[in-house]
Ligand binder design. Structure first.
Ligand code: CDP
Length: 226
């Protein structure tokens, strides 16, 4: 029986996980799943519907009304929230400012992890996030833990948002990244941490092509093994 391959990529905010995951998925012809987009879409729903995140019943009821789907177009993470394309809106600052609080909620994580595990059941998948190698797929064949200098990360995100015409200051982005790193690493529910068997990839001084080469080298031994 052929076994599907899972590549788990975890790491800090804005350190290029999705850039690497997308190019790797394209190269290997794997399905790419952006788990952060799922938490962002849930956050957008909570913000739009003024869900009280201190109210357990309201959270559970809201989650029942959320249907998430990915449109796998060119390995971009196009996500649909109840049928609506929200890929652009979930990257904007209001969502970035609230997502780590909402992603810390136990019920939210439970619902997302269940859906993520289902996606990896029958296909070769690359998934990026914070808890993929530790909680979602602890048995993933390949685990990468990505990091980069926080200033470089902020500059990259600044350029990304500016290219989309969004006027957000570098300082504000830096603060947001630092704050999310803090919340993500200190929360009770599956905090961001490196799985013991994850390979560290610090891409502060690497180009996109160099980080892809690094990852291919790690993944290669696991391909064609079936
Ligand atoms: O793109 P960026 O690295 O800034 O973040 P993201 O991957 O879109 O994730 C947004 C937020 O969702 C993170 O800051 C985490 O709080 C949360 N998240 C999580 O808790 N677990 C995951 N597997 C993925 C994201």
């Amino acid at each position: 029986m052929t076994k599907n391959i899972i590549i788990a990529i975890d790491g800090y905010s804005s350190c290029g996980k999705s850039t690497l995951a997308k190019s790797l998925a394209k190269k290997l012809n794997f399905i790419y799943v952006d788990s952060g987009a799922m938490y962002r879409a849930v956050t957008l729903y909570f913000l739009r519907n003024n869900i009280d995140i201190t109210n357990h019943d309201a959270i559970v009821a809201a989650l029942e009304h959320i249907d998430l789907n990915f449109h796998s177009r060119d390995y971009q993470s196009h996500i649909l929230l109840n049928g609506e394309e929200v890929s652009e809106e979930i990257r904007q600052m209001p969502v970035s400012e609230s997502v780590s609080d909402i992603a810390a909620i136990k019920e939210v994580r439970k619902a997302m992890v269940k859906q993520q595990q289902k996606m990896g059941r029958s296909k070769n998948v690359i998934m990026d996030g914070r808890d993929i190698g530790t909680t979602v797929f602890p048995n993933a064949q390949v685990k990468l833990f990505m990091t980069a200098d926080p200033k470089i990360r902020a500059e990259r995100r600044f350029k990304e948002l500016a290219a989309k015409g969004e006027q957000v200051g570098l300082e504000e982005i830096f603060e947001n990244i630092a704050h999310r790193d803090y919340l993500d690493t200190t929360r009770t529910e599956s905090p961001l941490t490196r799985a013991e068997d994850a390979v560290i990839l610090d891409n502060t001084e690497l180009s996109e092509a160099q980080q892809l080469d690094f990852a291919i080298e790690i993944v290669s031994p696991f391909l064609n093994r079936n």
